[in-house]
Ligand binder design. Structure first.
Ligand code: MSP
Length: 525
């Protein structure tokens, strides 16, 4: 049986405006999903929407719509954005899907029957936009520590999950499975900020929130949104339904990719729920950093007036989804915060995509056209020191890319792919094919050089395709490569000699940075 790879994004709040910041998680997961498909794995890439809670009711009311009408529109909008960004998810779950609601009820009842949930009364500070309860000491200047907004004191009859029983088990988990929570710095945050001060039992039901999944055995209570949301990772696979074959096939997840502000839900509450249910834990939880804009988080709760400037709906039609995707992979060191600036984006577009990758492809294709009528030349054994050196760099960077992707480091991986393109451009300068073409007995050497270059473009484009699926596929198509999985990454013998290259448009036409800045300034005024 094929090896499986199960990757998830968080399920999105449909009331949040989607911008580059929150699209980041999904864009990153997409490269990982595509890469693993190309490794020949059976991939399940899950995303979806988190549709319950007071915040949704309020947003629907404000829009003068029922929750259902409001949500359907927002979900359609989310899906169309994922399409625009070329997101290849395999399944989209909505927490209002009836199969999910039923399974969540079952999970809640099972936790209750097993003694992990009990009835009590809740007193605490609630932040509506974040759907989070806070203790007095967690508040910052009396406000929500996550978003800085006003919190409300609430007291009500509620069910509690015995989270306090899991401290030792969680510490053991982090110790025995250092790969469970990545990057490693997040472990210290969890231990020092939450586990050491003492985990308290978690309030997991509300009587005041109507838009939620009712508790099966006490329907005046609705299930707390996070207890409704987290299990999406298993209900989407049919857990708690009649057909759990996907669950059996894909669970445990290979990785949950999430932003750093929701690590505590995924690294504390989620494993505790799974332990209580007696289920296996996900292999890895990766808490990535934030995309910042002028030093400010593109926030989920705070209003951000500058959001239009980084609206993918504006940027994609102008510069392509590939270019936006590439910028995020490359510029934000995966796991850390990173800044988005339009200028940096435009400069990288020119230096990396246009001058490096694009130029390598177009100059190689035009030389093959000029000297060999666009017919792929025969290769030969690599004996020339320049050829051997090129092959060594390619081999090294192929290995690096595979290792980094295995470690989920999309930034290092994409940088390794670019080392291949850079090396190929250096090789051209070194071997000077145009000079070889002028030599009387230069034909054989010229063939080898151009064949080598085409092979390097093939290997680089194979590795680059998960990041820039449209343009790299165009290059691979032009080279006559139809395989969906990686092949011949370790040799210069993947192309068919005698086959004609298909014509290829300029991949990333160079931009006039000042003119583009001016144009974007007008659009986003
Ligand atoms: N609904 C919860 C997740 C429940 S999962 C069981 C949620 N949704 S969200 O819509 O607010 O966030 C979706 C994703 O966007 C999260 O991974 C979040 O970290 C990410 N981001 C939101 N703003 C971001 C940036 N400015 N930069 C990077 N990622 C950020 O949380």
């Amino acid at each position: 049986m094929k090896e499986t790879f199960y990757i998830t994004t968080p399920i999105y709040y449909p009331s949040n405006k989607l911008h580059l910041g929150n699209s980041y998680t999904t864009i990153v997961c997409d490269a990982l999903a595509r890469f693993n498909r190309k490794l020949g794995k059976d991939v399940m890439y899950l995303t979806g929407t988190d549709e319950h809670g007071q915040k949704i009711s309020l947003a629907a009311e404000k829009a003068g719509k029922t929750e259902k009408e409001y949500l359907d529109e927002m979900v359609a909008d989310t899906k169309s954005l994922w399409q625009l960004l070329n997101i290849s998810y395999d399944k989209f779950i909505r927490t209002t899907d009836p199969y999910h609601e039923k399974a969540v009820q079952k999970i809640f009842t099972e936790l209750y029957n097993k003694g992990y949930i009990y009835k009590g009364s809740y007193k605490g500070w609630y932040c509506t936009p974040c759907e989070s309860f806070w203790t007095e000491s967690q508040l910052v200047d009396g406000k929500c520590p996550d978003c800085g907004r006003e919190v409300k004191f609430q007291e009500e009859e509620a069910y509690f999950f015995k989270l306090s029983e899991f401290s030792d088990k969680l510490l053991k988990l982090y110790e025995e499975h250092p790969e469970f929570l990545l990057p490693k710095s997040r472990v210290n945050e969890m231990v020092n900020n939450f586990i050491k001060p003492g985990l308290t039992d978690l309030c997991v039901s509300r009587t005041s929130v109507k838009w939620g999944v009712p508790v099966e055995f006490d329907p005046k209570h609705t299930i707390y949104v996070w207890i409704d949301a987290l299990p999406n990772y298993i209900t989407a696979l049919g857990y708690g339904s009649e057909d759990d074959s996907l669950f059996k096939k894909f669970w445990p997840a290979d990785v949950h990719v999430i932003g750093k502000e929701i690590v505590r839900f995924h690294a504390i509450i989620w494993p505790a729920i799974l332990m209580a249910l007696g289920l296996e834990l996900p292999h890895r939880v990766f808490g990535h950093g934030w995309l910042m804009f002028g030093g400010d988080k593109l926030s989920k709760s705070k209003e951000n007036s500058k959001v239009e400037c980084i609206d993918p709906r504006v940027l994609v039609p102008l510069y392509s989804a590939d270019a936006i995707r590439y910028f995020l992979y490359r510029e934000i060191p995966f796991g850390s915060d990173g800044n988005y600036s339009t200028e940096a984006f435009l400069n990288r577009f020119n230096s990396d995509l246009s001058n490096n990758y694009g130029n390598l492809v177009s100059r190689t294709f035009s030389m093959v056209k000029k000297y060999f009528n666009s017919v792929i030349p025969e290769g030969s054994a690599l004996t020339d020191p320049d050829d051997i050196a090129l092959k060594e760099v390619v081999d090294r960077e192929v290995k690096n890319t595979l290792t980094y992707m295995d470690e989920l480091d999309v930034t290092k991986a994409v940088t390794a792919v670019f080392n291949i393109f850079t090396e190929a451009n250096t090789y051209i300068q070194k071997v000077q094919p145009w000079a070889v073409a002028k030599q009387e007995d230069g034909q054989a050497r010229l063939k080898t050089i151009l064949r080598n270059l085409l092979e390097v473009i093939r290997i680089g484009s194979e590795l680059f395709e998960p990041f820039t699926p449209t343009k790299s596929r165009q290059v691979l198509d032009a080279l006559g490569i139809t395989d969906k999985v990686f092949k011949n990454l370790d040799n210069f013998a993947g192309l068919t000699a005698g086959q004609e290259l298909k014509p290829l448009d300029i991949l990333f036409p160079r931009l006039d940075v000042n003119a583009e800045l001016e144009k974007l300034g007008q659009i986003t005024k």
